[in-house]
Design a protein around this ligand. Structure first.
Ligand code: DSN
Length: 432
């Protein structure tokens, strides 16, 4: 058994190797991003050692004089950026946000309409995830596979039939805005609450480049804060308090419902991210979507079956490709990893075997954060296609990936723009 010192030293070295490797990789996972230098600074502070429970001014612990001010700034910024009356910034992830909303809006055995996992729904919306743990009965919307969106008439029919307590929307494969306006009348007809998981598109909503769910009939938005919103790994809940009692039940859902301490360093990093979003968020969201479309076009022109060509591939940060003809999603994702191109296999609506999905999901939000533009997406598409379509050995493509990526190692759309994205403070040498 290695000594404690050796094990700790190994972890330090592996962490450094990870950072050095990612510096040389093309990151395409649609649920990830890079924090800004200022956000990283506060994340890596004494706040990460501290505890708070409850709300600013009403804490159980002492020591929160500055924490209270930080959390108040964070909530105020969230309300401003998303133009809403209520924000809770204490949930520690997207799934924890969803658990809090489930507590606030539902009881065991309630019925909920949701997007199916195979159509891009999130695991926490499903029976096998947090929703099932709450004992909710779920009913999936019919899905329009050609347009990769909810089938409007089918969904209206389902909501009328099921009369759910809550109609939940939002996806992890999220190409186009949900047709909320078109379904609005049905929500009021059956009197259900409406909830939208915006984890993937929060930064696009903040940048005013996607739909605005709170203006389209949604009662509650939840989300993680590290996808198109380039913040810390954390969560957030937003609402215009359209229903009586919502503020109290959402607050209680978060605490004591599903959190105790709420990761104060993440709240600070989120506050910095929201301030930067207020300043740079529109330009960032605009470029994210332009880049996703350019990437879709580039892959399509190189012989890949990118979904929804007839709709311009996407209106978000994500494009999806059916790679069944190239050995399927798992094999393609693995081969690309060997070339330092990082993405994930993904279920598509027509998949029958969840372990062997025929799709891959690609996001443009992190490349955009690194300063890439449309012309760079063409190069990314070429590197991907060399492995997937032309069948070149990944090891042969890898040096070209590294050369390309070394031009893009700095963070953009933030204060301290141009700082290195991958360098973290470190002690020199081995453990003493
Ligand atoms: N599973 C994450 C994703 O990749 O979309 C969301 O939690």
């Amino acid at each position: 058994m290695p000594s404690a010192k050796d094990l700790a030293q190994s972890v330090r070295e592996l962490t450094r190797k990870h950072s050095a490797w990612f510096k040389d990789c093309i990151p395409l996972i649609a649920s990830e991003n890079l924090m800004s230098p200022a956000a990283r600074e506060v994340l890596n502070s004494d706040l990460s050692n501290r505890y708070a429970e409850g709300l600013p001014g009403k804490r159980y612990y002492q020591g929160n004089i500055y924490v209270d001010q930080i959390e108040t700034i964070c909530e105020d910024l969230a309300r401003e950026v998303f133009a809403c009356r209520f924000a809770d910034v204490r949930s520690t992830s997207g799934t924890v946000s969803n658990m809090a909303v489930l507590m606030a809006l539902t009881k065991t055995r309630d019925k909920m309409t949701t997007v199916a996992l195979s159509d891009g729904g999130h695991i926490s919306h499903a029976k096998i995830g947090a929703t099932g743990m709450r004992g909710i009965r779920t009913f999936n919307y019919p899905f329009d596979e050609k347009n990769m969106n909810i089938d409007i008439e089918g969904a209206k029919r389902l909501i009328r039939e099921v009369k759910p307590k809550v109609a939940l929307f939002g996806q992890s494969v999220f190409l186009f805005p949900t047709p909320l306006d078109e379904m609005k009348d049905v929500f009021s007809e059956v009197g259900c609450s409406t909830w939208y998981d915006a984890a993937h598109v929060l930064g696009l909503i903040a940048g005013r480049k996607f739909q605005d769910p709170l203006r389209e009939g949604i009662d509650v938005i939840s989300g993680s804060t590290h996808k198109t919103l380039p913040g810390p790994q954390h969560g957030m809940i937003l609402s215009d308090l359209t229903k009586e009692g919502l503020e109290t039940s959402l607050r209680r859902g978060v605490f004591p419902g599903v959190t105790s301490n709420h990761h104060l360093h993440s709240v600070a990093a989120l506050a910095v991210t929201l301030a930067e979003t207020r300043e740079f968020g529109e330009a960032y969201a605009d470029q994210v979507i332009r880049n996703a479309k350019a990437l879709g076009q580039g892959l399509f022109e190189r012989g890949m079956e990118v979904l929804c060509e007839h709709l311009g591939f996407t209106e978000s940060h994500t494009v999806v490709v059916d790679v069944e003809q190239f050995q399927g999603g798992a094999k393609v994702a693995k081969n690309l990893e060997a070339a330092n191109i990082i993405l994930n296999k993904n279920l598509l609506p027509w998949d029958s075997d969840p372990v062997r999905p025929c799709g891959i999901r690609i996001g443009s939000q992190e490349l955009t954060r690194l300063g890439m533009k449309e012309k760079d997406m063409v190069e990314v598409a070429e590197l991907v296609a060399r492995v997937v379509v032309k069948g070149e050995a990944p090891e042969k493509v890898k040096p070209d990936v590294i050369d390309f990526k070394r031009q893009f190692t700095k963070v953009h759309y933030c204060f301290f723009e141009g700082e290195e994205a991958y360098d973290y403070p470190a002690f020199d040498g081995d453990l003493k």
